[in-house]
Design a binder for this molecule. Structure first.
Ligand SMILES: Cc1ncc(COP(=O)(O)O)c(C=O)c1O
Length: 362
């Protein structure tokens, strides 16, 4: 096998090696049918079985109740910033948005094209370092739904609880922490997530939507933006991303045989603790971005004393086979993304590199 390095990329991100190997072994001929999964019809019984299995895998892992539909869409999580309000926010209506980072800002921008957005909580002024406590939130009486981002990938800020909408439908962008821990699906009316962090490859967006929300989709909606039509056609209104769904199915099987999301959460907590401990014990050489209470288990963001040193850190790390550590271009700094498939050994290697770097440059 070609040597693999430690990949800290925020997404597309590291996938389980066993999944890549299985896909490799089936690349030319799927399950003895003599064709690649990329070559078979999405209407074939072979692909239908894969789709069904992927849905069942997600249902089992996330404990999705029967009154929710599992959809595989395209256009990324970014398209959902628009599809959600296009379906549930009329021009004379209002929705509540909680903004704890860059992706939340983008979601608001698209929703404002459709109707009134009440930003009921934002940490923009304090640099996106925290999330609200539940009692800091007051929902608007006229809100059609409340939207939040459970993990802000760029800033590394994560909700530690599932939002309770107190009767208002809760919509969650869970792109970067879905599958990292068990969540209470029933607190949510709609969850969406780009696949390219914990679920699979880029090009598929997972949507989990409650039946009563589907019933609210306006008549005469554009077909490809119509959750009802997509659900009715089992995500096959047009040609779905067959390859992506196939990999998602393999990821689900892998997670199920490795203890499910409870086991993932334990591993993720352990990996994150090792890294945050390294920041906290560096005598201020490394400064974590997020407040302690909102530190993401998936994206560990931190600064060094100067931007020069940050550049040097990222490039020397790459030379040491620790790749993808440069922070997002919009905020700078360093970001170590340690999704489910990222190994603990890689975290240990980074911590060792960090100690060494601080010693030489501190
Ligand atoms: C939290 C969050 N929301 C939305 C997006 C946008 O996803 P996509 O590139 O699939 O549109 C990302 C991408 O990294 C993200 O991390």
């Amino acid at each position: 096998m070609t040597e693999r390095i430690y990949n800290f990329s925020a997404g597309p991100a590291v996938l389980p090696l066993a999944v890549l190997e299985k896909a490799q072994s089936e690349m030319l001929s799927l399950d003895g049918i003599g064709m690649s999964v990329m070559e078979i019809s999405h209407r074939s019984r072979h692909f239908e079985a894969i789709l069904e299995s992927a849905k069942n895998g997600i249902k089992e892992l996330l404990n999705v109740p029967d009154n929710y539909r599992i959809l595989f869409l395209q256009g990324g999580a970014s398209l959902q910033f628009s599809v959600v309000p296009l379906n549930f926010l009329g021009k004379d209506e209002a929705a509540d948005y909680i903004v704890t980072g860059t992706w939340g800002v983008k979601a608001v921008k698209e929703a404002q094209r459709c109707g009134k957005v009440n930003t009921i909580f934002s940490t923009a002024d304090s640099g996106f370092k925290s999330v609200p406590t539940p009692d800091a939130l007051a929902f608007s009486a006229d809100a059609e739904y409340v939207h939040y981002t459970s993990n802000e990938t760029i800033e590394g800020v994560e909700f530690k609880y599932d939002l309770d909408g107190k009767g208002i439908p809760v919509v969650c962008d869970a792109s970067s922490n879905i599958f990292s821990k068990p969540i209470d699906i029933e607190k949510h009316a709609l969850i969406y997530a780009g696949a390219q962090k914990n679920i699979g490859p880029a090009g598929v967006t997972l949507v989990i939507i409650r039946d009563d929300l589907i019933a609210q989709v306006p008549e005469n909606q554009h077909s490809m933006l119509d959750y009802r039509a997509i659900a009715k056609n089992d995500s096959m209104l047009n040609t779905p991303n067959t390859w992506g769904i196939y990999i998602i199915n393999l990821v689900c099987e892998h997670l199920k045989t490795h203890g499910g999301l409870g086991a993932m959460e334990k591993k993720n907590e352990e990996k994150a603790r090792i890294l945050y401990d390294a920041l906290d014990s560096s005598d201020g050489f490394y400064r974590g971005h997020a407040d302690q209470s909102a530190r993401s288990l998936m994206n560990v963001t931190f600064r060094l004393p100067t931007e020069e040193l940050e550049k040097q850190f990222a490039s020397e790390a790459t030379e040491n086979d620790l790749d993808g550590l440069k922070g997002h271009r919009s905020v700078g700094g360093i970001r170590a993304s340690i999704y489910n498939a990222f190994p603990k050994e890689g975290v240990a290697a980074l911590v060792e590199f960090m100690r060494d770097f601080a010693q030489k440059n501190g």
